[in-house]
Write a protein that binds this ligand. Sequence first.
Ligand code: UD1
Ligand code: MG
Length: 452
Amino acid sequence: MQANSKPLALVVLAAGAGTRMMSDLPKPLHPLGCAPLLAHALASAAPLEPSRIIVVTGHGADQVEAALEDIVPEAVAVRQAEQLGTGHAVLQAADALEGFEGDAVVLYADTPFIRPETLDSMRAARASHDIVMLGFEAADPTGYGRLVMDGDRLMRIVEHKDASDDIRKISLCNSGLLCADAGVLMDTLRKVGNDNANGEYYLTDVPEIASADGKSATVVVCDEMETLGINSRTELAQAEANFQALRRAEMLENGVTMQAPDTVFFALDTYVGRDADIEPNVYFGADVTVESGARIRAFSHLEGCHVSAGAIVGPYARLRPGTEVGNNAKIGNFVEVKTAEIGEGAMVNHLSYVGDASVGARANIGAGTVTCNYDGVMKHRTEIGEDAFIGSDSMLVAPVKIGAKAMTASGSVVTEDVPDGALALGRAKQVNKPGLAVKLMDRLRAIKAKRG
Ligand code: UD1
Ligand code: MG
């Protein structure tokens, strides 16, 4: 089937209360793979390149709209002041669809697993029908709307609460998602009433009313797993497991090496290049890219960072937002990096904190180095030049610059800039007192013995 080429408007329903989440956070903003559920619904439709994106908000509208601005700034939010049903919700998009000619696809913000290919099939089915509902064969149909078919034509949808025993025997269920001619959808929605068990304006009344007007409706069937909606924390946790399983499989298919994929956690937007090697127990928060051939060793935690080809991170490393690790650079165990560029081939191998800093190519940062970036009020930068050598346990008190090929002596507290090629000694000079250690110990033991 060839997908149609009509312009596409996306309508995402995100107004519901989400009562069963037991949460102050609006349901569309609960995270799955470190991204709000709403972002997943929008991502499903992104490959279809919708020319208009409309999100219907209601409960927690201010918060949902603020998040939407971050996810897809060009989207338009329309408010559904009262949640009078799914049909009423879609109708709120009428003004935003004014003058639009093409297809409308309706998605739910709490249904994150719809595949773009499924939406493509629905678009393709529009070639012979005005309305295409997405259906699935339910293992347990209880609670879902039932799809009443006549051949390939969808005659009507009956909500579980309104269904007779015969209708309840139908296992083909409504996912709630649809693709329809935008004009037909809006015209039909204006005719939908609320005479039903819930007293709501049902989106599901659309096929029957449209059929009476000489339009036709059909169903595209997808796997039940795709239509999985999230209503509770338990379902959110199950969805997370499902999401991780899908992402791991995708990563393996794309050529990423993982010894224990079940222990690696990805975000919606994680990118890992081919031949990268991800060791067990690695966590990717939002906004991480790992280039081809990089290696992320066990028990590392990454978010908001970029790891270049050939770099090695971990084991036990923490890369925080704003970290840029250059080609072939090394970040070793118990190293934390934040808002810092680590130059090509540079090494921060052990027990260090590098924050608000730049580290030049091939520089070596000794164990226990700390960039003292925070004075209690403001953050300051540390700049370390190419080929510099920072001695172990150096405290680099920012703002400070260490020149190219410069060195700091181990244990130095560096408060002033170090010129290129210079050695900075920022520690007390050592004094040895002959015999004093033994004397001191004897005295301490005597005091202890006296006390009993
Ligand atoms: C709906 C369908 C049902 C289908 C089921 C699949 C209707 C009448 N029923 O039922 O056939 O089997 O989904 O899960 O459409 N929403 C709003 N504003 C409202 C009401 C709902 O934005 O006034 C949003 C919700 O936030 C949610 C979505 O629409 O994202 C679906 O609403 P929900 O109340 O879950 O519908 P169901 O009763 O599950
Ligand atoms: Mg529901």
